[in-house]
Design a protein around this ligand. Structure first.
Ligand code: FAD
Length: 286
């Protein structure tokens, strides 16, 4: 009886968003802003997450969207979400102000393999908004830098003004992360390396590819080419981690909207090993 009521409570709570409050809004690049959210209740656990996980953000009367957690405040009371305003729900989020309330379910999904990265060389590869889910990993590495060996961070964007979190690159460099940036186009000739992000991988010489962990996030085509370049450098597919985006509705592995083969991306992902998903990249428009 007790078991039953407890599991009923649990199954009810996965569908119930809790109320969070917009603490502040930081404009990033064109059409993208970071929303810092705090829990309305005193429940400290409600802002706990592992880097790589995502939340479902809910605007009443409009809908719910999956958004990666792009960071937290130092005291852990705020969760950040960096959002591109592209459609119905994300444009409604764009109309929020500090003090506005919204619903949040989560965190959900698998995390980046931080424990596996410890005492090893690490390479992080980000394309466009893909840097958002990587920022909590970068912050975790910076806060315990001595636990990681050589860290490379390759960042790509379409043009210089679309480079996300550009103000933070200097601090990451100061923390002994080798930050390299490339843009597809540099029309004002600001001196950026031009070309797609896998080219940065092609130019790089890893120390010991067999003992290296790679974390890659961005558009699918960019992740596929980056993973191939990493394999050409000698990395094993099982040491390359990607984050997949699919249409998510329930976020708890029930509805099947995000199913890819045997995997529900919301539950078995979004972070998955390249080895496990690479055959899907060969299927057009999947
Ligand atoms: C695990 C996961 C993590 C995610 N993390 C983030 C994140 O950190 N930040 C973020 O901004 N988004 C993120 N997304 C994508 C986000 O969920 C979608 O952009 C959102 O669902 C769009 O909802 P909407 O109602 O605003 O747009 P809709 O009204 O559903 O779509 C409007 C139009 O926008 C197009 N569209 C939808 N998504 C995108 C997109 N990502 N880029 C360009 N066009 C798009 C659609 O094809 C459609 O034509 C994530 C998705 C997943 C599955």
């Amino acid at each position: 009886m007790w078991e039953n009521s407890q599991s009923k409570e649990r199954s009810r709570s996965i569908w119930l968003p809790r109320v969070v409050v917009v603490d502040s809004i930081e404009p990033e690049v064109d059409g993208v802003a970071t929303y810092s959210l705090r829990a309305k209740s005193e429940d400290k656990d409600s802002t706990q997450f592992a880097p790589g996980q995502f939340n479902m953000l809910y605007i009443p009367g409009c809908g719910e969207v999956a958004i990666s957690i792009s960071g937290s405040s130092h005291d852990g009371t705020l969760m950040r979400h960096t959002i591109r305003h592209v459609g119905r729900v994300t444009n409604a989020i764009a109309n929020l102000q500090p003090g506005s309330e919204l619903g949040l379910r989560g965190p959900y999904g698998t995390a980046w393999p931080l424990a596996e990265c410890m005492e090893k060389d690490v390479v992080l590869v980000a394309g466009g908004l893909g840097l958002a889910p990587l920022r909590p990993v970068i912050e975790a590495i910076v806060s315990e830098r001595h636990r990681f060996h050589k860290v490379n961070l390759f960042i790509g964007a379409r043009s210089p003004e679309l480079l996300l979190f550009a103000k933070e690159y200097e601090a990451w460099t100061q923390a002994d992360i080798n930050v390299q940036v490339t843009v597809d186009r540099d029309p004002q000739e600001l001196g950026y390396h031009t070309g797609v992000v896998p080219l940065l991988i092609d130019r790089w010489q890893p120390r010991d590819p067999q003992k290296l962990v790679a974390i890659v996030c961005g558009p699918e085509v960019m992740m596929d080419y980056s993973a191939r370049s990493l394999q050409n450098k000698g990395l094993k597919g099982e040491s390359i981690y990607l984050s997949l985006e699919r249409n998510m509705q329930c976020a708890v592995g029930v509805c099947g909207h995000c199913q890819l083969g045997p995997d529900f991306i919301c539950k078995n992902g979004p972070v998955l090993k390249y080895d496990r998903v690479k055959h899907y990249f060969a299927v057009r428009d999947l």
